[in-house]
Design a protein around this ligand. Structure first.
Ligand SMILES: Nc1ncnc2c1ncn2[C@@H]1O[C@H](COP(=O)(O)OP(=O)(O)OP(=O)(O)O)[C@@H](O)[C@H]1O
Ligand SMILES: [Mg+2]
Length: 233
C-alpha cells in the first residue's frame, strides 16, 4: 500500500487469520487522502523585527495519506507497519471516523471500539467503575449487560481495588488495562488499537493479543448484504 512515497506504510495480515474463510468486508477504504496544513510561526524575535506583519508566516501543505485503498474483512486481524510519521495513527483515526479524509471514502459496518489515545474516552474525575459503565453505555450496552460483564472486565483488567479510585490517579498502564478490558468485553465488530498497548507490561500485552485472536472469526453480521454506510468526501 503506497501512502507516502518517502515514508511508506504497509498493511500486514496476521498469519493466523489468513486462513479464515472469505467473510464480508467490514472496512472499505477507497482512494483516501488526508492533508494537513502545517503552520510555522515566526519566532518572537522575527515578529518583533517585522512589527508583527503577518505576511511572513509560512503555511505548508502536508499529505499524511495519499490515495490509500484497501479492504479489511470481518474476523481478520491486520497490522499497520511503518516508520514514525508514515501515517498509521492518521489512517486509524480516519477508519474510526475521528478524522475526515480530505478526499476519498471510508465505509465501515458494525460497532467500533477504538483505543487510539491514552485515556481517551475516560473521564478523569470518575472512578474506574463509573468509567466502565459510561464507556459500556456509549458502546450500546445496557446497565444490566454491563453488570453481567463487570466481574470479567475487572478480572481481565487486573485493576483490583483501584476500580473505585478516580482514574486521574491511574498510571498509564492501569488506564490501558481498564480501557482494553472494557473494549473487548463490549463485543465490538471492529477494534482499532494504536500503540497504547505499548504502555502495558509484556504479560498484559500478550493477554490482549490472545484475547484479540480469540475473537470469533468472521462472525456473521446481521445484515451482510446491506450496503456499507459511507463517510467522507
Ligand atoms: N493534526 C495534525 N496536524 C498536522 N500534521 C499532522 C497532524 N496529525 C498528524 N500529522 C502529521 O502527519 C504525519 C503522519 O502522522 P501519524 O501520527 O499518522 O504517523 P504515525 O505513522 O502514527 O507515526 P508514529 O509511528 O510516530 O506513531 C506526520 O508527519 C505528522 O506530523
Ligand atoms: Mg502513531
Amino acid at each position: 500500500m503506497t501512502i507516502n512515497s518517502e515514508n511508506p506504510m504497509t498493511l500486514v495480515e496476521d498469519e493466523e487469520t489468513l486462513s479464515v474463510p472469505s467473510t464480508p468486508d467490514i472496512v472499505v477504504i477507497d482512494n483516501v487522502s488526508k492533508r494537513f496544513v502545517l503552520r510555522k510561526d515566526n519566532s518572537l524575535k522575527e515578529r518583533l523585527v517585522t512589527f508583527g506583519r503577518s505576511g511572513r508566516r509560512h503555511r505548508e501543505i502536508f499529505w499524511a495519506l495519499q490515495n490509500v485503498s484497501t479492504t479489511i474483512q470481518a474476523g481478520h486481524t491486520v497490522a499497520l507497519i511503518g516508520h514514525n510519521g508514515s501515517g498509521k495513527s492518521t489512517l486509524l483515526k480516519v477508519i474510526g471516523g475521528i478524522l475526515d479524509p480530505t478526499s476519498g471514502q471510508v465505509s465501515r459496518r458494525g460497532r467500533i471500539a477504538a483505543l487510539l489515545e491514552l485515556g481517551a474516552g475516560f473521564h478523569p474525575d470518575l472512578t474506574g467503575r463509573e468509567n466502565v459503565f459510561l464507556n459500556a453505555s456509549i458502546m450500546g450496552l445496557s446497565r444490566q449487560e454491563t453488570e453481567d460483564q463487570f466481574e470479567d472486565i475487572l478480572s481481565f483488567s487486573g485493576i483490583g481495588e483501584f476500580i473505585d479510585t478516580q482514574v486521574k490517579f491511574y498510571s498509564s498502564g492501569m488506564y490501558v488495562r481498564l480501557a482494553f478490558a472494557v473494549a473487548v468485553h463490549t463485543n465490538p465488530d471492529l477494534l482499532l488499537v494504536d500503540e497504547v498497548l505499548a504502555v502495558g507490561d509484556e504479560a498484559f500485552q500478550r493477554k490482549c493479543l490472545d484475547k484479540i485472536r480469540s475473537f470469533p472469526g468472521g462472525r456473521p453480521h446481521d445484515h451482510p448484504r446491506d450496503p456499507l454506510p459511507r463517510t467522507g468526501h
